[in-house]
Design a protein around this ligand. Structure first.
Ligand code: SF4
Length: 99
């Protein structure tokens, strides 16, 4: 539905070594630069930047596109995003549908 909720969640965006390796192979310095700059670490129940302590609000690759949200790296998004199933989490507006 492109509501952006899962991408705005503190919990949804993290990358694994396989994502990093893929982006290196794809020469996606743009992505690697942002990941390196964010340096997201857990601080209790939310993410902050280890660089300067800035509170991180959702995924840095999420874009607002005139009424809908858009993933700016959709074709090479992290594994965790590919595996996410709408409705599988309580943060999703589709969670209770079909029950
Ligand atoms: S990489 Fe794309 S799909 Fe994954 S959380 Fe960010 S905006 Fe959402």
């Amino acid at each position: 539905m492109r509501c952006g909720k899962c991408c705005l969640s503190n919990l949804s965006f993290y990358v694994k070594d396989a994502d990093i390796e893929r982006w290196k192979l794809q020469n996606r310095e743009d992505i690697l630069h942002i990941i390196e700059n964010c340096q997201a670490v857990w601080a209790g129940d939310h993410f902050v930047s280890a660089r300067d302590g800035t509170f991180l609000h959702g995924c840095p690759f999420l874009e607002w596109d005139g009424g809908i949200y858009n993933c700016s790296i959709y074709g090479t998004r992290p594994r965790v995003c590919r595996d996410y199933r709408p409705g599988s989490s309580k943060i999703c507006s589709q969670y209770y549908k079909g029950l």
